[in-house]
Write a protein that binds this ligand. Structure first.
Ligand code: PXP
Length: 244
């Protein structure tokens, strides 16, 4: 029997920094966004320190840390420089993602099978500092198994293909893939998270998968915040997750 857990919401604040970087201004401030997300009911703050620093900057990390009491989930690629920053900063969790320079956002999950060697080197370093390691993967059983073997505590299932599905049939098929990967992840003792492309219209079926315990959502929440304010946008998303 699956124990139903409370579904937590991690709010990704990169998009606030993207707007700031468009003008290289001091605002809008992702640290303030973290605080507003907390007041709206978020359970964690997600931010991605990219190698190209296109949105979140190194100096944002301590400022976000001071602005909120929520756990910080740092998304990062397996670049030695970023890994060293993360080990010094010590977020509560990291989510290892693939990163390609030309991409608009994280496209596709991490190939944990191909990256087994580098993950075996780095995952224990994070675990030794009590930083929870999650791997951002496609909902593929082989990747889920490889994540457990790599010593990760959690997987984040990429919901992009589900979110972008062009037909109801394709969307149902993607939902089934995510559900099966979530069940397998739990069976292997992993925490199961999900994210990418989730919005107010498509989140409910994903939220209804009992094995998933955390969603990380950014773009749709920050977009709605332009019209409602961030606190309200987060709170509206939280309401959708409550009755799963
Ligand atoms: N999870 C991961 C690992 C991501 O890379 C992203 C995008 O930065 C998200 C969740 C959030 O995606 P979105 O902004 O589409 O909600």
């Amino acid at each position: 029997m699956t124990v139903r857990r409370i579904l937590k919401l991690g709010v990704n604040i990169d998009h606030v920094a993207t707007l700031r970087q468009a003008r290289r201004e001091g605002f809008p401030d992702p640290a303030l966004a973290a605080r507003e997300a907390e007041l709206g009911g978020a359970e964690s703050i997600t931010l991605h320190l990219r190698e190209d620093r296109r949105h979140i900057q190194d100096s944002d990390l301590p400022r976000v840390r001071h602005a909120t009491r929520l756990p910080i989930n740092l998304e990062m690629a397996m670049h030695p420089e970023i890994a060293r920053i993360a080990l010094r900063f010590r977020p509560e969790k990291i989510c290892i993602v693939p990163e390609r320079r030309a991409e608009v956002t994280t496209e596709g999950g991490l190939d944990v099978i191909a990256k087994a060697g580098v993950l075996r080197k780095w995952v224990p370093k994070f675990s030794a500092k009590a930083i929870e390691v999650s791997l951002f993967i496609d909902p593929d059983p082989a990747q889920v198994k490889a994540s457990a073997q790599a010593g990760a505590r959690a997987v984040e299932l990429h919901t992009g293909a589900y979110a972008n599905a062009q037909s109801a049939k394709k969307r149902r098929a993607e939902l089934t893939r995510i559900r099966r990967a979530a069940v397998l992840g739990r069976r292997l003792g992993l925490k199961v998270h999900a994210g990418h492309g989730l919005d107010y219209e498509n989140v409910r079926p994903i939220a209804g998968i009992p094995e998933i315990e955390e969603l990380n959502i950014g773009f749709s929440i920050v977009s709605r915040a332009l019209f409602t304010g961030l606190r309200e946008a987060v709170s509206q998303m939280k309401r959708l997750l409550k009755f799963r």
